[in-house]
Design a binder for this molecule. Structure first.
Ligand code: HEM
Length: 119
């Protein structure tokens, strides 16, 4: 099973201040720290995307099939995209019973307010 990372965890590994340089390509997380000095396109372009999603840049650079194969040497895991999707339905479901209980309140309130008309 692949290690799952949050976007925020990857974001801090930006290659700055002696930190490792991780980047995201097609939902996978790569540690390119040791590859910085070997990359034919230079280490600077990798550092530019340190901690970020480099999917577009990787495609736009027109990498060869060999470069695509090389990706797997640096893969350390995947982005955990399931977590935020799971949170939404539970919060919506939890709010339903609360709405029902509120809707019962206005009726007795209306009756009591009409009884207090004393002008
Ligand atoms: C782990 C990720 C990456 C790997 C394994 C990788 C690998 C390679 C390889 C093997 C080449 C030689 C040409 C080829 O075979 O296509 C190359 C060239 C190049 N790469 Fe990457 N690359 C990665 C990420 C990136 C990223 C994020 C960029 C961002 C812009 C980039 C920009 C370039 C450029 C501009 C060249 C062309 C260099 C030249 O021909 O002068 N690469 N890369």
């Amino acid at each position: 099973m692949s290690q799952l990372y949050e976007l925020s965890e990857v974001a801090v590994q930006n290659g700055k201040n002696g930190k490792p340089c991780w980047l995201i390509i097609k939902g996978n997380v790569y540690d390119v720290t040791k590859f910085l000095s070997e990359h034919p396109g230079g280490g600077e372009v990798l550092l530019e995307y340190g901690g970020k999603d480099a999917t577009k840049a990787f495609k736009q650079a027109g990498h060869s099939a060999d470069a695509e194969k090389e990706l797997k040497n640096y893969k350390i895991g995947e982005i955990n995209s399931a977590a935020p999707i799971q949170i939404q339905p539970t919060s919506i479901a939890a709010s339903k019973p609360a709405e029902n209980t509120i809707s019962e309140d206005p009726k007795p309130a209306e009756k009591s307010s009409s009884g207090f008309c004393c002008c």
